[in-house]
Ligand binder design. Structure first.
Ligand code: CAA
Length: 247
């Protein structure tokens, strides 16, 4: 088999057209990779992203749906070649205290944020093992590490990602596949903008550096973990939270 130039690696970023995912897509493109970004519903943002980023490999599917992931991965690999790098970034919130949480709020967050990691990894892992190369970066959260009032669903999913990452890292370390988690703190995204103003101000007070993170700061960490420079890293949780939680 012909060796692929490392600069031509194919990277797929789920939820890659907005927020942290968008910054990751752009950072991986800058690193010389072929980047594929998926999204779920915001066509307008996806079109703007395709126009401004120069990334034309933009695909729409639900990462919470196993069959959609199987079909999506197959289509992407037919058009762009095998996926070498997978960033499981897609995520949603449906905040409510547990005594008010509807079953739909629980399921939606678990499907999109946690089941997606199985759905996507399961569909790329055999190829990565066969080719003896792969990088998987799963986006967790500070709130999976410390818990967060109003987020039993989100914290459970994001904590689940940490266990999933470590288990898969153990299974694949010997065949060239490295699996990492990145745990961002509160970052300037639409997700954090949706937190009520008063609560957001209280959160910023709890961040020792005194500000929200920037998506580019998270993206640079993902780019490092996806790079050859991180060859001795696997199963790690890389926390970037301005000192709010020191795991
Ligand atoms: N700690 C302790 N008590 C809290 C609290 C907190 N952090 N936040 C609210 N409370 C209290 C309120 O003061 C209120 O008490 P009183 O009734 O005595 O005044 C009570 O809890 C309100 O409880 P309710 O069940 O009535 O809650 P609610 O329906 O008003 O709304 C909420 C609760 C939806 C969770 C709202 O507080 C909220 O949106 N919080 C933000 C949660 C959050 O940080 N989400 C992060 C989103 S960004 C993200 O997730 C990205 C990432 O990875 C970091």
């Amino acid at each position: 088999m012909m060796m692929q130039d490392k600069n031509q690696r194919v990277a797929l970023v789920t939820g890659g057209t907005r927020g942290i995912g968008e910054a990751v897509s752009r950072a991986l493109l800058q690193a010389g990779m072929t980047v594929i970004a998926t999204y779920h519903s915001n066509d307008h943002a996806a079109q703007a992203f395709a126009r401004t980023s120069g990334i034309t490999g933009v695909y729409k599917w639900d990462v919470g749906d196993f069959d959609a992931c199987a079909k999506g991965v197959k289509t992407v690999e037919e058009h762009h070649g095998p996926i070498d790098i997978l960033v499981n970034n897609a995520g949603i919130t449906a905040d409510a205290t547990l005594h008010k949480m509807q079953q739909e709020q629980w399921s939606a967050v678990i499907h999109t944020n946690l089941n997606s990691c199985f759905n996507m990894c399961r569909n790329v892992i055999e190829g990565m093992r066969d080719r003896r190369y792969g990088r998987i970066v799963n986006i967790s959260s500070i709130n999976g590490q410390k818990g967060q009032f109003g987020q039993t669903n989100y914290a459970a999913a994001k904590a689940g990602i940490l266990g999933f990452t470590k288990a898969l890292a153990l299974e694949t370390a010997h065949c060239g596949v490295k699996v990492h988690a990145v745990a961002p703190g509160y970052t300037e995204t639409d997700m954090v903008s949706a937190v009520p103003e008063k609560v957001r101000a209280q959160i910023i007070e709890q961040i020792p550096v005194g500000r929200l993170g920037h998506p580019d700061e998270i993206a640079r960490a993902v780019r490092f973990l996806a790079s050859e420079d991180a060859g001795f890293v696997t199963g790690a949780t890389f926390s970037l939270n301005g000192g709010q939680y020191m795991a």
